[in-house]
Design a protein. Sequence first.
Length: 201
Amino acid sequence: MIIRVSNNEERVFFINQLERIKVVDLYLSAKPGYIRLRLAGSRENVKLAISEIKHIQKLTKGLLYPDRQGLFNYEIGFLFREAGATIRVELLRKLLQYKGYKIDSSASDFIKSDAPLQVIVDLIHSLNSLIRETELKPKIVREMIATLAVLTDLDPFTILERALELKMIRKEGEDRYSFAVNINNFLKAFISNHIDDNENI
């Protein structure tokens, strides 16, 4: 099996991803412009491996080469593996939008964006850490507060206090809160207020 590659970066990335294939024994030789693969295993496992290799090829192209819109095609599962963490995909898309990156939300299993890979991985890791460290209930409130902490220079508890003062969130009990505004408008409203406050300083 011959895999064509355009440069050394593509060759190295592709070879690294081949480590995910466990159903067959892989033997490869790499030369400028291509990689030669030999697969050893049962017929069924070889078919599975070939399918996975084609998938890795698509993943590699999407990661390294932008489309006509200048967007890279990041597989969500790959992003989560790289970050060693998971978050809701909707939150990741919002983070990238508020950070000023382009987003195409038409693909459900991919993040299509002009954001660099490392930026996305760092955002996933940061948000996941804040969600786990912030002890607020229910989870949706914790997620929104953590998202704002990633987007602003504020810590989660400062954000919570300000949201309470602005009557965007109300306290329901010990560490339990609810939204006093439409959840879909919460991030935008808080960020707009935060920007206005900074401009008035």
